[in-house]
Design a protein around this ligand. Sequence first.
Ligand code: PHE
Ligand code: FE
Length: 283
Amino acid sequence: MREELTIQLRGDYASATGEDMTCDFKWESFSEKDHEMWRFLYNRIKPVVKDKVCKEHQEGMKLLGFDDEKGIPNYDRISDRLEQLSGWRLVTVPGYLPPEVFFRHLARKHFPVMTFIRKHEEVDYLKEPYIFHDVFGHVPMIANPTFANYFHAFGEGGLKAVANESTSFIDTLYWFTIEFGLINTPEGRRIYGAGITSSMGESGYALSEQPAHIGFDLKRIMRQKYRIDEYQKQYFVIDSFEQLVNATKPDFIPIYKEVSGMTPVEIGSTLPTDKIFQPGTLA
Ligand code: PHE
Ligand code: FE
């Protein structure tokens, strides 16, 4: 997850050298306790999200062999499989990265994962991202070539936004697609956003009648305000990953200009022009 930090970074930044801020952390350094933590989280959430996440995520888990792993999936093995499937690899980083460094990784088809897992007592409340979110939430989606292409284009677009001096609109797009996106499928509405997938609570809440479900609209999303420390009051729903890829193909620079002249949309409010799939019971 990329979000503003409200708590102290505790990654070992001294180990991160070079322009890409990767560290030479080895998967082998995880302790038995770390693996145990993974098993606890994995076994707990799997049945909960089983019928809620999109088939691309489930397929990704299968292709990457998550069930064959005895704990935190082996990063080298996952990277080798990902490379065959979509051309991506995992790299390890100490914690949050500055936008430019983060987007550069995506543009190189490198997905940065953290090197620490939470402690048991932190599991359900810490907002800080951690390897369970990164690896369980994001990585299976990257095994899907269409989604992987979107993520790659996102990296290049992010670098362009950095050069253009503002990442706030593209950060919002990241939030409502990669982290909190929903998708309509023949089987019903499903989750593809990693922030929902890796959350015991939000995975149930997001698909409940409480929040609003609004049809994907690029400029509309860029105007949406959000908070990072509570469940979302509205989610944006795509009809397919192709729709997402096509809608984000145009050059964003003129779009940023246009959106910056429009009023932001308050959390929980909808617009007359919104395509409302579900109004939500919260508003
Ligand atoms: N088309 C976008 C741009 O020109 C790049 C992008 C693609 C951004 C996909 C996000 C997602 O900036
Ligand atoms: Fe994330």
